[in-house]
Design a protein around this ligand. Structure first.
Ligand code: SF4
Ligand code: SF4
Length: 211
């Protein structure tokens, strides 16, 4: 799941101030799960925009607005209304916002801030376990990600600050390398304890795939 948080309303109001006819598109997938773009949030945004003096031309929730195939199918239900709209507030992650903007060819306004790939503990509590580094090392660590769970993002560790169990930065949390040691021992993969990772190739971090 990709985690988003609601953008401050005054930021949205500023972005939309010169447009009168406004549509709203929610995301029925990730943004719905993290309560930023589901049908309830779409309704709340409609109420807010009307109170702000806007004419809301349409509202719709799309299953996965980041998927062009789904977007193409679902947007047909509001085709005429989109035509009659100046700008659209999108309650999804940044990928959904851009996909919609590209597809409908209208001004799009992001209604959320995009955070990270998240594990859902329960609604309202999420954990970041993967930073999408493109060179996954989980097979050598016992299945825990040091890039994400070590606050220093170390590949090789631990650093000198741990106290044998807990992290020096997040004192209430176990050092991820201690956890990795326990898991590698549990799975009889001690040989991986001697593995030294080369520095990350940040060339992989260049994620720009299109313009
Ligand atoms: S090493 Fe960590 S950040 Fe990189 S892909 Fe694997 S889980 Fe994600
Ligand atoms: S104590 Fe462990 S988790 Fe904390 S910063 Fe050092 S290596 Fe990273």
């Amino acid at each position: 799941m990709f985690l988003t948080e609601k953008k401050a309303l005054n930021e949205i109001d500023e972005a939309i101030k010169k447009y009168k006819k406004v549509g709203i598109i929610g995301c029925a997938s990730c943004a719905s799960v993290c309560l930023t773009g589901g049908s309830k949030e779409v309704k709340e945004m409609e109420k807010h925009l009307k109170a702000f003096g806007k004419e809301v031309t349409f509202t719709i929730s799309i299953d996965e607005p980041c998927d062009k195939r789904v977007l193409k199918e679902d947007i047909r239900f509001v085709e005429d209304e989109v035509e009659d709209t100046e700008a659209v507030v999108v309650l999804s992650c940044g990928t959904g916002v851009q996909t919609i903007g590209e597809f409908i060819g209208k001004k799009v306004i992001a209604g959320t801030n995009s955070k990270y790939i998240a594990q859902t503990e329960h609604i309202g509590e999420y954990n970041a376990l993967c930073a999408g580094c493109d060179e996954c090392r989980l097979n050598f660590t016992g299945g825990v990600c040091t890039v994400t769970l070590c606050p220093k993002g170390l590949l090789n560790g631990p650093c000198e600050g741990h106290n044998g169990i807990n992290c020096e930065v997040f004192e209430d949390k176990e050092c991820v390398f201690v956890k990795s040691y326990d898991l590698l021992t549990k799975y009889s993969e001690e040989e991986n304890l001697n593995k030294i990772f080369e520095p990350r190739d940040y060339g992989y971090s260049t994620t720009r795939t299109k313009i």
